[in-house]
Design a protein around this ligand. Structure first.
Ligand SMILES: Nc1ncnc2c1ncn2[C@@H]1O[C@H](COP(=O)(O)OP(=O)(O)OP(=O)(O)O)[C@@H](O)[C@H]1O
Ligand SMILES: [Mg+2]
Length: 327
């Protein structure tokens, strides 16, 4: 049985329904990433789970207990915000212990739990320091510890890493994942970043316009997108539509294209002839814009093909995501 169960959840702002029939079953200790473009309803879903927003219809249950209409205080769910939302005038220890103090936990018990958490987030020795003296990555770790201090049934994180610079982000990403594995908390993490979702989540739910388009393991979402939207969102940057609107639409990644000077002998898959129009150096490889008939495709290669080179592009069958035309 699932631990967090969301059924047919609808949430609206006034007459504007922004979440439609959300169904999500999360196992105990599982981390789900909610991935989707800006405005698709990710934050709204977290707010509804925490009880900050009323639900239009549908149900939310944790461990079999219906919490659909419980107040935020009655549900044991905590949120970690993008902005950290720490108390600037309090120390690290006071911030981490804040929720426990509000819950009137005994002083010695608060000290014990705060110490244990400081160790977990690798900030031992920082207890008495004001949070304003910490770096972004350290603050986000404090925010995480504060959320974990009350031992929530479910932890929700709304783009917790997006204020951090790229390198710190990678570190904190791995730290959160390692903690989740070690402590076994059940969590939903919102992100725009497909790689973050792939690295951190046990399963990914891709949201589009207030609906879950697909939910599955990172591998399934990446290799077997169920809809054109998911294929496109997960980085299939090339799309070929049939001219007559009758055949299947093909999506594929620039990284999955091989560039050849001449047609390989027994290609299989998809083969297209084209002319290189331009190239860009992306560090790990070059990305070429290749004109194939009336269409520009993006193709990656370790070497740079000069502009105006004639090329043959080949995409293996396994890298092609094909969709029947919408009815
Ligand atoms: N307080 C509000 N009042 C009215 N409409 C809102 C409110 N908050 C969000 N919306 C609308 O609900 C939809 C979903 O917003 P939401 O904030 O959940 O998106 P999101 O997926 O979190 O986007 P982002 O990635 O930009 O944070 C949007 O169309 C937004 O305009
Ligand atoms: Mg949001």
């Amino acid at each position: 049985m699932s631990y967090l169960q969301i059924d047919k959840l609808k949430v609206a702002y006034g007459n504007n329904i922004v979440l439609h029939d959300i169904h999500l079953a999360v196992g105990k200790g599982e981390m789900i990433a909610l991935l989707g473009p800006s405005g698709c309803g990710k934050t709204t879903l977290l707010n509804a789970l925490c009880g900050f927003l009323p639900v239009h219809s549908g149900t939310v249950a944790i461990n079999g207990r219906d919490i659909t209409h419980s107040s935020p205080e009655q549900r044991n769910i905590t949120m970690v915000f993008q902005s950290y939302a720490l108390w600037p005038h309090l120390t690290v220890a006071q911030n981490i212990g804040y929720g426990l103090k509000v819950r009137r936990v005994k002083k010695e018990e608060i000290t014990r739990r705060v110490q244990a958490l400081l160790k977990i987030i690798n900030l031992e020795g920082y207890a008495e320091i004001k949070v304003t003296a910490l770096s972004g990555g350290q603050r986000q770790r404090v925010a995480l510890a504060r959320a974990l201090a009350i031992e929530p049934d479910v932890l929700v994180l709304d783009e917790p890493l997006s204020n951090l610079d790229a390198k710190v982000r990678l570190n904190v990403r791995h730290e959160i994942k390692a903690l989740q594995k070690r402590l076994g908390f059940t969590s939903l993490i919102v992100t725009h970043d497909q790689q973050e979702a792939l690295v951190m989540a046990d399963r990914i739910a891709v949201l589009n316009n207030g609906r879950i388009e697909q939910i599955g393991t990172p591998e399934a979402i990446y290799h077997r997108p169920a809809t054109p939207f998911v294929a496109d969102f997960m980085g299939a940057d090339n799309c070929i539509t049939p001219d007559d609107g009758q055949g299947r639409t093909l999506y594929f990644r620039s990284a999955d294209i091989a560039m050849h000077a001449a047609l390989p002998s027994a290609p299989g898959g998809l083969t297209l002839e084209g002319i290189v129009e331009e190239s860009a150096f992306l560090g790990h490889h070059y990305r070429h814009s290749v004109r194939c008939g009336g269409k520009i495709l993006l193709a990656d290669s370790a070497t740079c093909w000069p502009d105006r080179s004639p090329v043959v592009l080949h995409v293996p069958d396994a890298a092609l995501h094909a969709f029947e035309p919408a009815l």
